[in-house]
Design a protein around this ligand. Sequence first.
Ligand SMILES: C[S@@+](CC[C@H](N)C(=O)[O-])C[C@H]1O[C@@H](n2cnc3c(N)ncnc32)[C@H](O)[C@@H]1O
Length: 269
Amino acid sequence: MNSFREGEWVLITTQKGKTWLIRLQKGDTFSCHLGSIRHSDIMERKEGDFWETSSGTKLFFFRPAMTDFLFHIKRRTQIMYPKDIGAILCYGDIRPGMTILESGVGSGALTLFLLAFLGKDGQVVSVEKRPEFAELAKNNVRKVFGDDPPSWQLVIADIESPPFSVTFDRVILDLPEPWKAVESVSTLLKNGGILISLSPQVAQLQLIVKALRKRGFRCFQIFEILKRDWFIDEQRTRPVDRMISHTGFLLFARKTADSSQSSDENSGS
Ligand SMILES: C[S@@+](CC[C@H](N)C(=O)[O-])C[C@H]1O[C@@H](n2cnc3c(N)ncnc32)[C@H](O)[C@@H]1O
C-alpha cells in the first residue's frame, strides 16, 4: 500500500481506541494530549504504520473505513447506523450497477454507503425535501468522496410528488411518514423490485405495511437488528454496559405485477 498523500483523510487511533480523523496538509501539525506530529511526517508513513510519542504511547495511522467517516460527519438529523445499513444491503439485495431511489437524505449517512457499495456503474437518486439537509448531505458526500460522484443525483423535492418518472431497482425510505410516500414510489419501483423502509415507531410500521399490502406488495420481511458490543481484556469478558438498543424496524417488500390487495403473511429468514 502506498504512503499517505497530501489531501488524504487519515484515521489516527490509540491502542485504547480513541480516534481522530484528519486531512493531511503539508505545513500542518496534528496535536492531541499525547503529543504532536507534523502531517509531512505522517505522509512518510504507510497504512498500519505507527508513531510512538515521548510518553511511549503508540498512535496508529489508517485509511478510514466508511464506518469511521460515518461517526465523524456533520449530523443534523438522526442517521442510519451501520447495523441497519448492513441489513439493507444484504436483505435489500443491493448490487453494483443497480439504480436506487432513497428518501429522505438527512445527513447522508446511508447515501455514503450506497455510493461506496454501488461503485461507478450504479445510480443513486437521493430525494430530500429540506434544502438545508440536502446541502449538509452534499458536503458530507464531498468530504468522503472528494467531489460529487457521477453516480449520484441529489434532488430537492417532496418524495410524495417526485419531479421524475423513471423506474428504479430499489427504493429505500427513511421518512417520518413513509406510508404517505407509498403511492408515489410504488410507481417508481420496477416489478420484482424491493422497497425498503426504516421506521423507529410501531405505528409507522403498521401504516406503511397497510399501504403496501393495499398496493399488492408481497414477500414481506420485517425485523430489527440489535448489536451488542463486548469488552474483552485481561480483567473482563462480557457485554458492554450500554448499547444503542433501538434504532428502527426494517421492512422489505417486493412489488409484483399483481396490484390487488395482498394477504397478511410475513416471511422470515
Ligand atoms: C431520519 S432523516 C434521514 C436520515 C438518512 N437516511 C441518513 O442516514 O442520514 C429523515 C429525512 O427525511 C426528510 N423528509 C421527511 N419527509 C420527506 C418527504 N416527504 N420528502 C423528502 N424528504 C423528506 C427529512 O427532512 C429528513 O432529512
